[in-house]
Design a protein around this ligand. Structure first.
Ligand SMILES: NC(=O)c1ccc[n+]([C@@H]2O[C@H](COP(=O)([O-])OP(=O)(O)OC[C@H]3O[C@@H](n4cnc5c(N)ncnc54)[C@H](OP(=O)(O)O)[C@@H]3O)[C@@H](O)[C@H]2O)c1
Length: 283
C-alpha cells in the first residue's frame, strides 16, 4: 500500500501527526521529532493554540514547505463573527507560511447559513491561502447540503473514527463523492492498547495494538489518520504501519468492535450525529 492517498493532484500522507494538547516546547519537540522520523503531514487548529510552535518546528526542520501537508481548522467563533478570512491570515502568520494545504471548518455553526460559511472557505481558497478545503464533525445531512447548495469542492470530513465508533454513513458518503475521511482520535485516546481482539492480531504481526488500529483505518482505502503522540516512541510506532497487511477477516473482527457507547468527543455544540445503520443515500 502506498504511504500517500492521491486526490486532486495532491499526494497526502495517510498518517499525520495530531497536535491537540501539544503546546509550548512539547509541541515544538514532537513536531520536530515527527519530521525527523519521516512525517510529512501535520494537523492543527486555531483553537489548539499551537500554530506558532508548529510553524517554528517546520521552519527549523529545513524541510521544504512544499514537502509538508499542513492542515488547520477555523474555530467556530471566527466563522460566527464573520472573521474567518482574517483569522486564517493570523494562522498563516503563526505557521510562518503563505498557505496551508487543507483548511477545515472545525464544527458546524448553526447561526450562519451553511452556504455562507462554505463561501467564506472558498474565498480563502480563491485567494490562495489554502490548496484544499473541507469540514470537520459534519453529519452526512450537512455534507449533502453543501453539495446541494454550493459548488465547493470539499475533499474531506474529519471525524472521530476508531474501532469502537462506526462511521459507516460518513464512509459511504465520502466514497460516493470521491472524498476521504480523516480519522481523529484514531487510537480512541489510547483505549485500543488493551483490547484483547486487537492485541491478538497485533501478536501475529509483531506489532502494537496502536499500529494494528492505524493499519485497520488506512487499509480501508479512503481513510487517513492523525494520531497524536508526544512520546517519541509512540510517534515512531505510529508511522511504522506500511510493512504488514491485515486479512479481510481481521478487518471484519476489528470493525465488529464498534458499539453505541464508543463516541468520545461529544461537546454540547455537537450536531445530531449519524446513526451507524443510517442509509447515507437517504440524507
Ligand atoms: N476535528 C476535531 O474536532 C478533533 C477532535 C479531536 C482530535 N482531533 C485531532 O485528532 C488528533 C488525534 O486525536 P486525539 O489526540 O484526541 O487522540 P488519539 O490520537 O486517539 O490518542 C492520543 C493518545 O494516545 C497515545 N498514543 C499515541 N500513540 C500511541 C502508541 N503508539 N501507543 C500507545 N499510546 C499511544 C498518546 O500518548 P502520548 O501523547 O503520551 O504519546 C495520547 O495519550 C488530535 O491531536 C487532533 O489533531 C480533531
Amino acid at each position: 500500500m502506498q504511504t500517500t492517498l492521491d486526490i486532486k493532484n495532491t499526494s497526502i500522507p495517510r498518517i499525520g501527526l495530531g497536535t491537540w494538547q501539544l503546546n509550548g516546547i512539547d509541541c515544538t519537540n514532537s513536531v520536530s521529532t515527527a519530521l525527523e522520523l519521516g512525517y510529512r503531514h501535520i494537523d492543527t487548529a486555531q483553537i489548539y493554540d499551537n500554530e506558532a510552535e508548529i510553524g517554528q518546528a517546520i521552519a527549523e526542520s529545513g524541510i521544504p514547505r512544499s514537502e509538508i501537508f499542513l492542515t488547520t481548522k477555523i474555530w467556530v467563533d471566527n466563522v460566527a463573527s464573520g472573521a474567518a478570512q482574517k483569522s486564517v491570515e493570523e494562522s498563516l502568520k503563526k505557521l510562518k507560511t503563505d498557505h496551508v494545504n487543507l483548511l477545515l471548518l472545525h464544527w458546524p455553526v448553526k447561526t450562519i447559513p451553511l452556504h455562507r460559511q462554505i463561501r467564506a472557505l472558498q474565498t480563502i481558497q480563491d485567494w490562495g491561502m489554502t490548496k484544499l478545503i473541507g469540514v470537520s464533525n459534519y453529519p452526512v445531512a450537512l455534507m449533502q447540503q453543501i453539495l446541494d447548495e454550493t459548488d465547493a469542492e470539499i475533499v474531506t470530513n474529519q471525524v472521530e473514527y476508531h474501532p469502537y465508533l462506526s462511521q459507516q454513513p460518513v464512509l459511504d458518503f465520502v466514497e460516493k463523492h470521491h472524498m476521504f475521511l480523516t480519522a481523529y482520535c484514531p487510537l480512541s485516546r489510547g483505549l485500543v492498547r488493551t483490547d484483547p481482539t486487537i492485541l491478538k492480531i497485533a501478536g501475529k504481526y509483531g506489532k502494537s495494538a496502536g499500529q494494528v488500529t492505524l493499519r485497520w483505518l488506512i487499509q480501508q482505502g479512503n481513510v487517513l489518520a492523525i494520531p497524536k503522540a508526544a512520546n517519541p516512541l509512540h510517534i515512531e510506532d505510529n508511522i511504522q504501519i506500511f510493512d504488514f497487511e491485515l486479512t479481510t477477516e481481521e478487518m471484519q473482527q476489528i470493525k465488529a468492535l464498534a458499539n453505541p457507547e464508543g463516541r468520545i468527543v461529544n461537546p454540547e455544540w455537537s450536531p445530531q450525529w449519524d446513526a451507524p445503520d443510517q442509509d447515507s443515500q437517504a440524507a
